[in-house]
Design a protein around this ligand. Structure first.
Ligand code: ZN
Length: 204
């Protein structure tokens, strides 16, 4: 099982972090130990002082394959949820400055929070748009719409499967919209698709 993540997939989020707009998807991975499921609490780790939440649509891969052609990408996913890509922004800034890999900032234990999956065919507009949001202590801090992704889930599957064989049970985090910010002990986050709450995570 692997967690494949896409960075810089929404223009407004790229602008808020002053990053360059990439010409192809920015890809990184998280290991199995990064997963946090079933609405469990997140414990703020000692190695960072600044963790940001990044709410993202997360797809579960339901097929095995590599070099997936565009006409077959729909065979690779049928469920979606909201996730949080926790990012140690202070470590990431250091990594970026020094040109180092991002794993310490992105792939630490429980940095990949995932909600309850729902079938795509239960969501309206399956092929058009999925609206999702993240609330922090009952205030909405991020709103996203899949139609605003620079690289759609289909583009992402074509791209990443050139490099990595996709397997049943893999997850793809598709990048975060604008509105990222720091987490504090005591915060509770809730993630929704439409009005349906799929994720809850408290910071301890
Ligand atoms: Zn992210």
């Amino acid at each position: 099982m692997k967690v494949i993540c896409i960075g810089r997939n929404y223009v407004k989020h790229i602008e808020e972090l002053n990053n360059e707009v990439p010409t192809e998807p920015v890809v990184f991975m998280k290991p199995q130990t990064s997963l946090l499921k079933d609405n469990k609490d997140f414990y703020f780790p000692a190695f960072t002082k600044n963790i940001h939440y990044e709410a993202e649509l997360v797809y579960r891969i339901c097929n095995n394959g590599k070099h997936v052609k565009r006409k077959f990408t729909k065979d690779f996913y049928e469920e979606v949820t909201v996730g949080i890509d926790f990012t140690a922004r202070d470590l990431q800034d250091l990594c970026k400055e020094k040109g180092l890999p991002w794993e310490k900032a992105k792939a630490f234990d429980h940095s990949a929070v995932i909600g309850k999956f729902v079938p795509l065919n239960s969501i309206e507009n399956r092929d058009k748009e999925i609206n999702f949001s993240l609330d922090k202590n009952d205030q909405t801090v991020q709103h996203g719409n899949s139609a605003h992704m620079m690289h759609s889930i289909d583009d992402i599957i074509v791209h990443v499967s050139q490099y990595y064989t996709l397997n049943i049970g893999d997850y793809i985090f598709t990048g975060t919209p604008a509105g990222v910010g720091p987490i504090t002990i005591g915060d509770t986050f809730t993630g929704k698709i439409g009005d349906q709450e799929l994720l809850r995570c408290s910071i301890k």
